[in-house]
Design a protein around this ligand. Structure first.
Ligand code: CMC
Length: 432
């Protein structure tokens, strides 16, 4: 990082505070305000982290204006086209693409840990059948810390590696179990002769009573979605994982916190909201009315799956998924499905309507992933769970980077206090 200086003067004070300005390899510079409170007695104020870099990181780079997303320097579209999810996991975790031997070893290590402790099924059986699968996922993930004592010492490199492998390997198993439990069907064990994504689809859709052959086009589409969702730098859930982990908390509990954060509709919950919206629209003839509502300032309704806080150009993940979405619909012969017709019509209108063009409201990744999942027959309350499977590697890589950073400190934001000044306690009998 190169160092420039910024000068800050506060009010009429004659003191000028000199602040270091760091440049990364790409992206905006960052002004270092860590010493500002000691020197000036002032905090910086940035609710929502609109202008704040919370850490430095070498994992993922986003340029929202240009629509760029890269993992470890590799463009997302190139990875989606040429790589696979396991290779991307290795890349995010270790910083480089694996050679053939490293890849083979990594895949077999992940497979080795794909089973979960048998006792965990009793934890699942304690949940009501109507539970939201994200609630089960968050609880089940946190419970892993109780099962795997030998990977809880975060200062031990080998234990960190073991925890990372376990988390990547067990997430699909936990997710498929959450689904099977909710529909009252038997859990399906992982199959190590299948690759990561095909194995997940098998655990999701197979039954012990008949053979289930995984559709290659659907497995490829799912693998692509996993690649696209694997990491997205310091978003809400990743920041949650980092903040929870900054206290030295155990990694399984940190990822569980990330799952809770991802669940919100403004974050990973949007793909479920897209399908709920399409079902509410119900018929192509109702679309103009919903578009009108989306444009109306006095109506809180928004088109779910459109717009993004960071991407003010086309979401690069959405460009990839758009093609995947159309090939999945073709494979399943579903081009005439009503819900999907509504989605395609909405997409066409939003891409040509001046309201959406002027505000740069393009379909985002969740718009297409929701449609693909729906077409595959996945229930909408499972969509965010699939996002969590893919994002686990991002959370794990970011957690590992933080723990291994010698500068790492517990995360402890400050506040602008706007409550009462000191008041005298009034006994209850004398209160009005
Ligand atoms: N439908 C209609 N109008 C919209 C929408 C939408 N989906 N999104 C933004 N706008 C309008 C908004 O009303 C405002 O208009 P005006 O300038 O006239 O006041 C303008 O566009 C800018 O909106 P904003 O709220 O300032 O933008 P933001 O960057 O704070 O919000 C967002 C980003 C993703 C929260 C928002 O676009 C939204 O609510 N989208 C729908 C939910 C969604 O799809 N979320 C998934 C995001 S991708 C998943 C992930 O990466 O986690």
């Amino acid at each position: 990082m190169t160092t420039k200086k910024a000068i800050l003067k506060i009010g009429k004070s004659k003191t000028a505070h000199e602040l270091s300005v760091y440049s990364g390899t790409e992206g905006p510079d960052a002004i270092d305000v860590t010493a500002l409170y000691n020197e000036s007695g002032c905090f910086t104020y940035d609710p929502g982290f609109m202008s704040t870099a919370s850490c430095d990181s070498t994992i993922t780079y986003i340029d929202g204006e240009k629509g760029i997303l890269r993992y470890r320097g590799y463009d997302i579209a190139e990875l989606a086209k040429k790589s696979n999810f396991m290779e991307v996991c290795y890349l995010l975790l270790h910083g480089e693409l694996p050679n053939k031997k490293e890849y083979g070893l990594f895949v077999s290590e992940v497979k080795k840990y794909s089973l979960v402790h048998e006792q965990l099924q009793f934890l699942y059986r304690g949940f009501p059948r109507f539970s939201h699968p994200m609630a089960i996922m968050s609880g089940a993930f946190a419970s892993l810390s109780a099962f795997y004592h030998d990977s809880l010492d975060i200062r031990n490199k080998e234990q960190r590696k073991l925890a990372a492998l376990r988390m990547i390997a067990k997430t699909p198993t936990l997710a498929a179990m959450a689904y099977k439990y909710s529909i009252g069907r038997p859990f399906i064990y992982p199959r190590n002769d299948l690759d990561y994504t095909a194995n997940f689809l098998h655990m999701l859709f197979a039954s012990p009573s008949e053979e289930y052959v995984v559709n290659k086009v659907l497995a490829k589409a799912m693998d692509t979605i996993f690649i696209l969702h694997a990491d997205h730098e310091q978003n809400a859930s990743t920041s949650t994982v980092r903040l929870a982990g900054s206290s030295g908390a155990n990694p399984f509990a940190c990822i569980s916190a990330g799952i809770a954060s991802l669940w919100g509709p403004a974050h990973g919950g949007a793909n479920e909201a897209v399908i709920n919206m399409l079902e509410k629209i119900g018929d192509i003839k109702n679309i103009p009315n919903f578009i009108k509502k989306a444009k109306d300032k006095n109506d809180p309704f928004r088109l779910m799956g459109f717009g993004h806080r960071v991407y003010k150009n086309y979401d690069p993940r959405a460009s990839v998924l758009r093609d995947t979405c159309h090939s999945v619909l073709k494979e399943l012969g579903m081009q005439n499905n009503t819900l999907l017709k509504i989605a395609v019509t909405l997409e066409e209108i939003a891409l040509t309507d001046t309201y959406f063009i002027e505000r740069k409201l393009y379909p985002n990744v969740d718009f297409y992933s929701g449609i693909i999942y729906k077409a595959m027959g996945i229930p909408s309350n499972l969509f965010t769970v699939l996002f969590a499977i893919a994002r686990t590697i991002g959370w794990v890589a970011q957690w590992k980077e933080m723990i291994e950073d010698p500068k790492q400190k517990i995360g402890r934001p400050r506040q602008l206090y706007t409550g009462y000044k000191l008041r005298k306690y009034v006994p209850v009998a004398k209160r009005k």
